[in-house]
Design a protein around this ligand. Structure first.
Ligand code: ACO
Ligand code: ZN
Length: 442
């Protein structure tokens, strides 16, 4: 827009009206600019980029200039996953051009090094299959978390990413979620009122596994559409996947609960396509943050392979994996193969045998064996070469042993799509027998 004198547009500094609104004082914290920031007092300052500035409280009209202390700043930390993005106050921001430039230089060097290492070791590209424009569109549309925390059951947890909850819940700082039906509420009172009416104390669907306190329910999204949509919205708060929102009807959901004080408390879930051309046996896995690092993620992965063994199919997770998904799978795969080789009594075992025994796809078996440095190429063929001590060390290094699945407690028949004349293949592993623990137990 031109001004009256025809001298071109007014700059922000020249325009007194805009200046009142956008003057960041002497510091100049502009959206898109780099600063040094920290999430709380305990942390050290690190490179941060201001994505959004938002008034904490509008200053009274008589203030000619807004002080930058009146704002909070939504920042992203280059080099860290987007789940660390958050609002921080001005006290946790440092603006020193020299230090900022040094931090930018450090970041650029470490990013280049990481890229080089990734391309030589193993690539888990979170944007695989997407062009740059689609990735950028996703980042722009989801760059600010719309819900900052959730309260579910007796727990509160900060969220990690944007999730497309509908209006008017699209943008609330605290979301209250019923842990049984996963309905969501913008205020505590509504949720409390709901809890008096809610008839559910476990997920819908069939309980297909129960052992001690753990149960798994199979939920068919064709019959429980709302529940499954709520499940996807909830997990999207912790998943930065770009293409999560396919039609939910094509999935079955396996919901893990912990039975305490007469109710089944939601722990996490994984989804599985009713029919997967690509051979995926798990599409999306999620464990509530306050239940994480207790072995439930690996339990769900074991579960997905147990179902594949019963179906007589080989399985693999949908790619790309998130960073935590990749770490969890790597830990599970490594322990599964190390455990199998340690217990193997046969004189010879081919990669094909390993694949059939575990229900892991051949390419995954080869990738993991190579990564563990126990697959050698000798006289024109692959040979697995590993000493007992080395395998034991690998097993330990991969983390805590996964929670065992008691096969006799699993009651499941494979889902057959209506109208499909396909029958499940023969079971890959021996049929479940009473008190027969999975070979993963230790
Ligand atoms: N830092 C380092 N290592 C980790 C971390 C972490 N934050 N989280 C998991 N791991 C690794 C560890 O090796 C761990 O084993 P250990 O604890 O014995 O050392 C192993 O992965 C798995 O740990 P579990 O306790 O079995 O897994 P958890 O219950 O924490 O659940 C999950 C893992 C489901 C990936 C969880 O982190 C989550 O829900 N994340 C958000 C959603 C997500 O990213 N899902 C995966 C998307 S990819 C896909 O769905 C195909
Ligand atoms: Zn409810």
């Amino acid at each position: 827009m031109m001004n009256g004198k025809g001298k071109g547009p007014l700059s922000i500094e020249q325009n007194p009206k805009k200046q009142r609104k956008w003057d960041w004082g002497k510091i100049g914290l502009i959206e898109g600019g780099y600063v040094l920031g920290k999430r709380d007092e305990e942390e050290k300052f690190r490179l941060a980029r201001v994505i959004k500035t938002e008034p904490i409280k509008m200053p009274p009209e008589e203030f000619q200039v807004h002080n930058d202390m009146h704002y909070r700043y939504y920042v992203t930390f280059p080099g860290l996953d987007r789940r660390w993005d958050c609002f921080i106050s001005r006290e946790n921001i440092l603006v020193d051009q020299e230090q900022i430039q040094a931090a930018i230089d450090d970041y650029e060097t470490s990013e280049k090094k990481e890229k080089d290492e990734k391309s030589t070791i193993f690539e888990n590209d979170e944007n695989k299959g997407m062009d740059e424009k689609a990735v950028q569109l996703h980042i722009n549309a989801t760059k600010v978390k719309n819900i900052l925390r959730i309260v579910i059951g007796d727990n509160m947890t900060p969220t990690w990413y944007y999730s497309p909850y509908p209006e008017p819940y699209h943008s609330v700082e605290t979301m209250y979620i019923c842990e049984y039906c996963l309905s969501y509420f913008a205020c505590r009172e509504e949720q409390v009122r709901h809890s008096y009416k809610c008839q559910m104390y476990h997920p819908p669907g069939d309980e297909i596994y129960r052992c001690d306190q753990l149960s798994v329910f199979e939920v068919n999204s064709s019959y429980e559409r709302i529940y499954c949509e709520n499940l996807c919205l909830l997990s999207k708060l912790f998943l930065d996947h770009k293409n999560l929102f396919n039609e939910t009807e094509i999935f079955l959901f396996y919901v893990l609960t912990e039975y305490v004080d007469g109710a089944y408390h939601f722990v996490g879930y994984y989804s599985k396509q009713k029919e997967s051309v690509e051979g995926y046996n798990l599409n999306c896995i999620f464990v509530l943050p306050f239940y994480q690092r207790k072995g439930y993620g690996k339990f769900l992965i074991t579960f997905s392979f147990e179902l594949s063994l019963i179906e007589g199919k080989l399985g693999t997770p949908e790619v790309p994996l998130s960073d935590l998904g990749f770490l969890s799978y790597l830990s599970w795969w490594s322990q599964r193969l190390a455990d199998l080789l340690l217990k193997c009594e046969k004189e010879e075992m081919s990669i094909d045998d390993i694949s059939k025994e575990t229900a892991m796809k051949l390419t995954d078996v080869v990738m993991v064996l190579e990564r563990l440095n126990i697959l050698r190429y000798h006289q024109g063929q692959h040979v697995i070469f590993a000493e007992k001590g080395y395998l034991e060390a690998l097993y330990k290094l991969a983390g805590r042993p996964p929670l065992a699945i008691t096969r006799s407690c699993l009651h499941w028949t494979p889902y057959i799509l209506p109208g499909s004349n396909k029958m499940p293949g023969p079971a890959l592993a021996p049929a479940p027998a009473a008190n027969n623990h999975s070979s993963m137990s230790s």
